[in-house]
Design a protein around this ligand. Structure first.
Ligand SMILES: NC(=O)c1ccc[n+]([C@@H]2O[C@H](COP(=O)([O-])OP(=O)(O)OC[C@H]3O[C@@H](n4cnc5c(N)ncnc54)[C@H](OP(=O)(O)O)[C@@H]3O)[C@@H](O)[C@H]2O)c1
Length: 261
C-alpha cells in the first residue's frame, strides 16, 4: 500500500510511494497513467507542451504536479531534471509517452514531416536519456520506460512517418539496456497495440483489439512493476506482429499488399 502522506521531496527511492515523471501526460495514455499512479497513491510530475491541459490534470489530484516542457528541446529536459534534482525530487520511474502521428504511406512522406516525427518520437528520448541518465547513475537507482509501439516490429502500411521512429526506439532500448543495467538502473520498452486516443482518431481503417486508454494504463503500470524488458499488449496482436516480422519477405510482402488495400 502506498504512503499517501508524503510530499514529492520527502520520498526515498524504493519507498512504496514513488515519484513518477511522465513526459507526454497532457492527453491519452500518458494522462491515464498520471491519474492511475495518483489514484494508487504515488506522486506524479506531468510534462508535455500544453500547460493548460497539465494544470487541468493537476487540478484533479493533489498528487499530480504540472511541469510543462517541449521534449524536442534538450534545454527544456535539462532544466526539468535540474529542477527536480535541486528539489531532491528525481523520479524513481520516468515514462516517455510523447509522440506525434500522421498516418500515410508515400503520399504522406516528406523530409519536413519525417523530421518532425523523429524530433518528438525518437530524438526526444535521446535528449531525455542525455539529460536524466547521469543524475540517475550518480544516485545508482531509477527506472526509465520508453513508449514505442507494436509497429516497431516491422514495416506496416500507413506508417511511413511514425513506424520508423518506433523501430528506432526499440533498437535504441535493446542497445542501451545492458549498459543501463550495469549502472544499477532499469530500461524498459512499452509496445502498445491500438488504443483509443487522439492519435488513433486519425485512422480510417479497422483497428483490431482496440482498447481504451485506462486499460492500456493499467497494463503498463502492472508491467512496469515487473522486471521484463518489454511490456507488449494486447498479447494476441503482439504475437501476430512478431510472427509477421519472422516471415520470409516473399510471404510478408504478399500479406502487406493485401493489408494496404
Ligand atoms: N494510441 C495508440 O494506439 C498507440 C499505440 C502504440 C503506441 N502509442 C504511443 O503511446 C504514446 C502516447 O500516445 P497517445 O496515443 O496517448 O497519444 P496522445 O494523446 O496524442 O499523447 C501524446 C502526448 O505527447 C505529447 N507531446 C507531443 N509532442 C510533444 C513535445 N514536443 N514535447 C512534449 N510532449 C509532447 C502530447 O502533449 P502536447 O501536445 O501537450 O505536447 C501528448 O501528451 C505515444 O508514444 C504513442 O506513440 C499509442
Amino acid at each position: 500500500m502506498a504512503d499517501n502522506s508524503k510530499d514529492l521531496k520527502d520520498l526515498k527511492y524504493n519507498d512504496t510511494c514513488k515519484r513518477i515523471w511522465i513526459i507526454g501526460a497532457s492527453s491519452g495514455i500518458g494522462r491515464a497513467l498520471a491519474l492511475g499512479y495518483a489514484r494508487a497513491g504515488h506522486r506524479v510530475v506531468a510534462s508535455a507542451r500544453r500547460a493548460e491541459q497539465l494544470e487541468a490534470l493537476s487540478d484533479q489530484s493533489d498528487r499530480i504536479e504540472a511541469l510543462p516542457l517541449d521534449a524536442t528541446r534538450i534545454e527544456d529536459l535539462r532544466a526539468a531534471v535540474d529542477d527536480l534534482s535541486v528539489r531532491d525530487c528525481l523520479p524513481d520511474q520516468t515514462i516517455y509517452c510523447a509522440a506525434i502521428y500522421q498516418p500515410g504511406g508515400i503520399s504522406a512522406l516528406s523530409h519536413a514531416a519525417a523530421s518532425d516525427h523523429m524530433a518528438v518520437n525518437y530524438l526526444g528520448v535521446v535528449a531525455l536519456i542525455e539529460a536524466l541518465l547521469p543524475a540517475l547513475k550518480e544516485r545508482g537507482a531509477g527506472s526509465i520506460a520508453i513508449t514505442a509501439s507494436l509497429t516497431s516490429y516491422c514495416g506496416l502500411p500507413n506508417a511511413a512517418l511514425y513506424g520508423p521512429t518506433k523501430a528506432a526506439l526499440l533498437s535504441l532500448c535493446e542497445t542501451l539496456r545492458p549498459e543501463v543495467e550495469q549502472m544499477g538502473l532499469r530500461l524498459q520498452v512499452i509496445n502498445p497495440g491500438f488504443v483509443t486516443t487522439r492519435l488513433t482518431e486519425m485512422n480510417d481503417f479497422e483497428m483490431p483489439f482496440l482498447m481504451d486508454e485506462e486499460e492500456a494504463a493499467e497494463r503498463i503500470m502492472k508491467g512496469l512493476d515487473g522486471k521484463r524488458f518489454e511490456i507488449a499488449f494486447p498479447s494476441r496482436m503482439a504475437w501476430l506482429l512478431r510472427l509477421l516480422s519472422w516471415l520470409p519477405y516473399g510471404l510478408y510482402f504478399t500479406l502487406m499488399r493485401r493489408m494496404a488495400k
